[in-house]
Design a protein around this ligand. Structure first.
Ligand code: GLN
Length: 487
């Protein structure tokens, strides 16, 4: 019984379920089998929610039989373990939350539940979403399905690997500085980081609140459109959620690209970029020319400040957000504390891993009274300049394109002792978060058998256009249809 193959899409599953080709229970069992078979090698899931998934699938089948199915009814999905799920452990990849069960579900989860989607489980991630390789997870590294010696990217590496290895139809991720797009690139899938404020952050464990956004990770742009449709929308429980209508993302996918203006920022094709990755990106751009797009050279002069700016702003915000993990209200608590101070120190010392501690220390320093102006305030000013660069660019072009990451997937362990080289993984993605813009990564070829990602950046709330531009390339290329040998 093989209803799913290595490139089954959510779209195909929707049609199959609607036509009665298979039931959601049958599908769910098949994905659970694949998880059982592959997860010991890939480590993409921290928790597999088998019983609940089958119960949800049964409910979904009943609804579909009654004609009450919605777009996501019965579709098996996996969620990054950063989203709170009522009654199911939410670890955020940390020892600190190893046994944490949230008393409520994140809005994103509720929205999928409301449509009776199926949750297969919670995916592995860098601890508190801090990392670019999934190696900072307390639950061990995730292996890249394309090459099991390599990282899948991070921090949403479990979701990326699960989609790449067809252990789920699609998944959710979050992106603070690149954590949807960079793992999508390194794992050969399609991922979208929405405009800040489009998807509710309620119930999503905070890393850097002014940058965090949730988004879809899937096999195709069309699938990302379907998932985003379910995820997006105003939520009064998130004060940064924006009140505006959500367009029909699928409706505009087929528009042709004649007259589309694509900008190529000089800064994204400079030193540090693997020439073979540059070549693959160039080929994708050539395709766009054939599809009627015009290409324009542009400049984002302040993007050179993006990585240092991010590591001031994000660490400052994380030092504040993570202060709630004090061993008192929830999270890990040390054994037999001597006094309150000992309780705080040892609970946090034992609960957090090295990278999280490094960030808390850096952020606390950047926010300290004597250094606030020199670091945090300056970071905020640079953030403004970075946003202004994009605003100017979008006066001349509709979409900005370039590489998602400077290189293809690297070996596990290769960068773990060198935080700065790890931080440079996000050199092309981070400015998008600082500006709050939407960005995508789509497959654009291979180097040494490892996937390359093309990044597309849009103006605020231009997700429909990004999805259209990505979908049109996917109609005219087959990079996204390749699948790794592991399966
Ligand atoms: N890699 C970046 C970091 O380590 C971005 C992570 C993210 O987007 N969550 O912070």
């Amino acid at each position: 019984m093989d209803r799913i193959d290595n490139h089954t899409t959510v779209k195909q599953l929707q049609l199959g379920l609607a036509q009665g080709d298979f039931s959601s229970v049958e599908l769910t069992r098949e994905y659970l089998d694949r998880i059982q078979q592959l997860n010991p090698r890939i480590n993409a899931f921290i928790t597999v929610t088998e019983d609940q998934a089958l119960a949800q699938a049964e409910d979904a089948d009943n609804l579909i039989a009654r004609g009450d199915g919605q777009a996501m009814t019965g579709i098996p999905l996996a969620h990054k373990d950063i989203f709170c799920t009522d009654g199911i452990t939410t670890t955020c990849g940390s020892h600190m939350l190893e046994n944490f069960q949230a008393p409520y579900s994140a809005t994103v989860i509720e929205k999928f539940n409301a449509q009776h989607a199926v949750m297969l489980g919670k995916t592995n991630m860098d601890e508190f979403a801090m990392g670019s390789s999934n190696e900072t997870s307390y639950f061990g590294p995730v292996k890249n399905p394309w090459n099991l010696e390599c990282v899948p990217g991070g921090s949403s590496g479990g979701s990326a690997a699960a989609v790449a290895a067809s252990m789920t139809a699609a998944a959710t991720g979050t992106d603070t500085g690149g954590s949807i797009r960079q793992p999508a690139a390194l794992s050969g899938i399609t991922g979208l980081k929405p405009t800040y404020g489009l998807v509710s952050r309620y119930g999503m464990i905070a890393f850097a609140s002014s940058l965090d956004q949730a988004g879809p990770m899937a096999r195709s742009a069309q699938d990302c459109a379907l998932l985003l449709q379910a995820m997006a929308g105003f939520d009064r429980r998130d004060s940064t959620s924006l009140q505006r209508d959500v367009p029909d993302y699928e409706a505009t996918l087929e528009q042709d690209l004649a007259g589309l203006r694509i900008g190529l920022p000089a800064e994204f094709f400079a030193e540090g970029l693997n020439p073979a990755v540059a070549k693959a990106v160039d080929e994708a751009i050539e395709q766009y020319k054939k599809l009627g797009a015009t290409i324009k050279d542009i400049s984002l002069p302040n993007s050179k400040f993006a990585v240092p700016t991010y590591y001031v702003v994000a660490t400052a915000e994380c030092s504040s957000n993570l202060s709630r993990f004090d061993g008192v209200r929830f999270g890990h608590r040390c054994d037999e504390p001597k006094d309150l101070e000992d309780l705080y120190k040892r609970s946090r010392g034992e609960g957090f891993g090295a990278e999280v501690k490094r960030r808390i220390l850096t952020g606390t320093y950047a926010l300290s009274a004597g250094y606030y102006d020199a670091f945090y305030l300056k970071g905020q000013k640079l953030r403004r300049l970075i946003s202004q660069d994009f605003a100017q660019a979008f006066e001349q072009v509709d979409v900005i394109a370039g590489p998602t990451a400077p290189d293809v997937a690297f070996k596990i362990g290769d960068k773990s002792d060198d935080p700065v080289s790890m931080y440079l993984q996000d050199i092309f993605t981070i400015s998008v978060n600082l500006a709050g813009l939407p960005g995508m990564s789509i497959p654009a070829g291979f180097v040494d058998g490892k996937p390359v990602g093309l990044q597309l950046i849009g103006n605020y709330f231009d997700e429909a256009r990004l999805l259209n531009v990505a979908h049109q390339l996917q109609l005219n290329s087959d990079w996204h249809l390749q699948s790794p040998e592991v399966i």
